[in-house]
Design a protein around this ligand. Structure first.
Ligand code: ATP
Ligand code: MG
Length: 871
């Protein structure tokens, strides 16, 4: 069965079991500080499990893009070395939110695997949770055991410990026992030798877990205790690539049709072959895996960068580049060439790969180029480290610097060192690594207490599109202590006018007023797993009061102005530069706006002017806001609304329209484009290959800007003695300056000519050599000219000149070529020795050399000893 059919069969099966099929959520997580990337199928549904919002249906199924390269799940270092762990993989899943539980989950998993996919029962093992005698004191999951018994022989049901059979989302939150399904795809011969049972969960490449059924029945609280959940849930995850391996009868995920087209392409491009040499195979697996992770991230809007999620992506790509560099001998960019194959192969299931193929290709190519340069520098540094090493070992701290700054992992440094007969101090490396981990843990450490629930009013209503003030009641709060923000509280209200950070727009600020007139300031508003959280230093005195919530009017008004201007800018770019322009990021705050977009060349000054004029024309048209709240996604798209890749949209969306501009958007906007006043572009730049950034201002900021410009202009005029024509005045100054320069050059030439004449007379014969050692008043270049000038007129010349400029000493030595040979003299050696007098050093060629030093007082001594060289 082809992988495409395997995926569809899964989804069809659960659709028939009344599940709603939903598309994969974007891989990069935006609304959850505890998670950078989706790392399991359940992550996009966290808000349902936490009870923060209601799913559209209580049975859902999908295939979810997952990335396991950071945090709790990090498989990165395994990838390439084994045959069944990837960075990016698809997790097929089915979910019950308070609906069916263990009985159905197990029955359907079994039916799908054995009857629909036709996997032989004798290949399968299952595990159940054995219980724990630690603080949780949990009993064995006999419920699951008894259900499994109906389908599979009891000697194939294995009991597992907490590590393998108790699943937790994080330190806090829903959790529960799980049952894994494993397959044994070894040959009959192997099976006869070793019983499959003993290999389950033992990291055997042919006895692997394919599916995990999690039975969520507890909630883990901040103090570590467990409480039983009122509603029980099912969360299952099956590795798509591993399932393909089983169904296609191969022994490695990389031999399935998910990977073979990319591997063939790598073989062609790099002129290598897969399956002959383990080192080459590892490299090919690494590259075929990593290119997928990187391409999917870029398609989701996450570009490689120096921080956060972008940095993780950069490191994945660099890992691939390194393996290509070291084991496939690729010194030029080549990974970008795989983009097309990938998009042809996966583009049907993930259309974002197709539509952004060119961008993905460009970004990868540029990253490859710049990292290959870094690699070169790193190799030079490594050479130097090796040269400097006295005991044939490389210091752990140096190896760590190579790792941290140049992306050289320890194994690469070791490999290169070994080739030269050196070893690396591994302990030292590990110590440095640990130090860095401790530093970053300390920097991000935070402590979050459980929510204190005041009212069971879970659905918090956002009313901030219509009003900036409201009477609100606190429904829950918690205390958070973090290194970054110190100790603070997070408040949740029954309703709120505060806009939470999102869609590029910063969160609202403001205050809540308690009945006695005191105020508590809200310093920021955020959304976390679909709950709006208000950040404050202090709790209100009486938590049960009704508070008056007030959003800062100015903060909101200016943010709205910049947000609407951002939409108009987007429209202008697509109109003037073309519809290939796609939003790649935006930041909307009261003071300014920033907009990143795909475009392949610099936007020139004329185009920028045109863009600015376009936006200002829309502002002057006084276009009214047309807002469509809660309309079906498809209806919005049919009306021409623009949606962004990498955004997680609900089933019903909000669309914002001003004239011809229409976007899906949750942000806040002005009522009329006239409220923006004026739009001014401040800068245009590149932030990555194929991605440009425009920074701009609107509203009062434009007034401030022009005021500044005017002030500067006035001060320029006053420097120019209040000339009424400052441009002419500056031009006159420039002309005058150019004239003066010419005159100075002519004077200097004259001076050198005179000097030459004088010096010629001072040259005396010593031991048959025309000799002169003297201090002169010329710079380095002037002395050089002088030496060669004298040298072209006289033979057997030995000259040593000293000079002083800006407190620094220079010694220059010239020796006629015939003297160099006849008397075995070397100007380079001479200046190096004499350089000691001026506390400096230098060198050059045997007939001309220069030394610089910081002690002009030593010049005379140096000149005095010159004669000794020819005596
Ligand atoms: P393993 O022990 O093999 O690493 P896991 O216990 O980490 O698996 P789960 O977190 O339960 O796996 O994920 C559910 C399923 O997703 C697994 O049964 C497996 O089929 C698949 N899976 C997990 N990690 C990876 C990965 N890195 N690459 C490919 N598939 C994976
Ligand atoms: Mg794992």
């Amino acid at each position: 069965m082809k992988s495409q059919d395997i995926r569809n069969t899964f989804l069809d099966f659960f659709e028939k079991k009344e599940h709603l099929i939903v598309p994969s959520a974007p891989m990069v997580v935006k609304n959850d500080p505890t998670l950078m990337f989706v790392n399991s199928g359940m992550a996009p549904f966290k808000e349902y499990f936490l009870g923060n919002s209601e799913p559209k249906k209580n049975r859902i199924s999908d295939t979810q893009k997952c990335l396991r390269v950071s945090g709790k799940h990090n498989d990165l270092e395994e990838v390439g070395y084994d045959t069944y762990h990837h960075t990016l993989f698809e997790m097929l899943g089915n979910w019950s939110f308070g609906d069916y539980f263990k009985k159905e989950a197990i029955a359907w998993a079994w039916e799908l695997l054995t009857e629909v996919y036709g996997i032989d029962k004798d290949l399968l093992y299952v595990t159940v949770f054995e219980g724990s005698d630690d603080a949780d004191n949990l009993k064995m999951d006999t419920e699951a055991y008894d259900i499994w018994k109906q389908y599979i022989a009891e000697d194939r049901i294995l009991k597992g410990n907490k590590k393998d059979n108790f699943w937790e989302m994080g330190d806090q939150g829903p959790c529960g026992p799980c049952s894994e399904i494993h397959v044994d795809i070894r040959s009959a011969e192997e099976k006869a030798k070793v019983d499959g049972k003993t290999l389950v969960n033992m990291d055997h490449p042919q006895v692997v877990e394919i599916w995990n059924l999690v039975f969520m029945q507890y909630n883990r609280k901040a103090n570590g205790s467990l409480e039983v959940l009122p509603n029980k849930h099912i969360d299952t995850g099956m590795g798509f690539e591993r399932l393909c391996m089983v169904l296609q009868g191969v022994q490695s995920n990389y031999d399935t049709d998910v990977f073979t087209p990319i591997i063939r392409e790598i073989e062609t491009i790099t002129n290598s072959s897969y399956g002959k040499d383990e080192k080459v195979d590892v490299a090919i697996r690494v590259i075929s895996d990593h290119v997928r992770a990187v391409a999917f991230s870029i398609a989701d809007g996450q570009l490689p960068s120096n921080t956060g999620a972008g940095y993780v992506i950069r490191r994945i790509l660099r890992r691939a580049i390194r393996y290509g560099f070291t084991f496939l001998n690729q010194k030029e960019p080549f990974i970008y060439k795989l983009t097309e194959t990938l998009s042809n192969q996966m583009g049907d299931a993930f259309p974002e790969l197709k539509s952004q193929e060119r961008l993905i290709e460009n970004v990868i190519k540029e990253e490859e180029n710049s990292f290959l340069r870094t690699l070169d520098q790193g190799l030079l540094l490594l050479d130097k480290v090796i040269d400097d090493s006295k005991d044939k070992t490389i210091d752990g701290a140096k190896a760590f610097e190579l790792y941290d700054t140049y992306g050289f992992p320890l194994d690469l440094t070791q490999l290169i060192a070994r080739e030269k007969g050196y070893s690396v101090n591994e302990e030292g490396f590990k110590t440095e690594m640990q130090k860095q981990k401790d530093r970053s843990r300390a920097a991000s450490a935070s402590e979050t207490s459980d929510w204190v629930i005041l009212k069971e009013d879970d659905t918090e209503e956002f009313i901030g599109y219509d009003t900036l003030t409201a009477d609100v009641k606190l429904t829950r709060y918690r205390k958070v202590t973090s290194k970054k923000d110190g100790e603070h509280y997070q408040l949740v209200f029954n309703m709120t006018p505060f806009y939470p950070e999102g869609g590029g727009q910063v969160g609202d600020k403001g205050y809540i007023e308690v009945p006695n007139g005191d105020v508590v300031y809200i310093t920021d508003t955020k959304k976390e797993n679909n709950v709006i959280i208000h950040i404050t230093k202090n709790l209100p005195s009486d938590l049960d009061d009704t508070f008056k919530a007030m959003v800062s009017d100015e903060h909101r008004r200016l943010s709205a102005s910049n947000h609407t201007a951002t939409h108009l800018l987007h429209q202008a770019l697509r109109t003037i530069l073309g519809t290939h322009v796609e939003q790649k990021g935006s930041l909307v705050k009261p003071a300014s706006l920033r907009f990143d977009f795909s475009h392949f060349s610099k936007v020139d000054a004329d185009q920028l002017q045109e863009i600015e004029d376009f936006v200002n024309a829309r502002i002057r048209e006084n276009l009214e806001l047309e807002e469509y709240r809660n309309i079906p996604m498809q209806q919005a798209l049919d009306k021409g609304a623009i949606a962004l890749f990498g955004e997680k949209y609900g089933d019903s969306v909000r669309a914002i329209k001003f004239g011809q501009s229409m976007e899906l958007c949750g942000g806040t906007h002005v009522q009329n484009t006239g409220d923006i006043w004026y739009f001014k572009i401040k800068s245009e730049s590149a932030i990555a290959a194929g991605i440009r950034r425009i920074e701009a201002i609107t509203n009062v900021a434009v007034g401030d800007y022009f005021e500044d410009v005017e002030k500067q202009f006035e001060s320029i005029k006053s420097v120019l003695k209040n000339s009424n024509e400052p441009v002419k005045a500056v031009q006159a100054l420039q002309d005058e300056n150019a004239n003066l320069k010419k005159q100075i050059e002519a004077l200097l030439k004259d001076k050198a000519k005179n000097l030459k004449g004088e010096l010629k007379n001072e040259i005396s014969e010593v031991n048959g050599v025309q000799f002169l050692a003297k201090k002169v008043d010329l710079d380095g270049a002037g002395i050089k000219d002088l030496c060669f000038d004298l040298g072209s007129n006289m033979d057997n010349l030995f000259l040593l000149f000293g000079s002083e400029t800006n407190g620094k000493a220079i010694l220059s030595c010239y020796i006629s070529k015939e003297l160099v040979a006849a008397k075995d003299l070397n100007a380079g050696n001479i200046v190096r020795e004499l350089g000691k007098h001026i506390q400096g050093g230098g060198g050059g060629q045997p007939f001309f050399a220069t030394a610089g030093g910081k002690n002009p007082a030593g010049i005379d001594a140096a000149l005095d000893s010159a004669k000794s060289y020819i005596e």
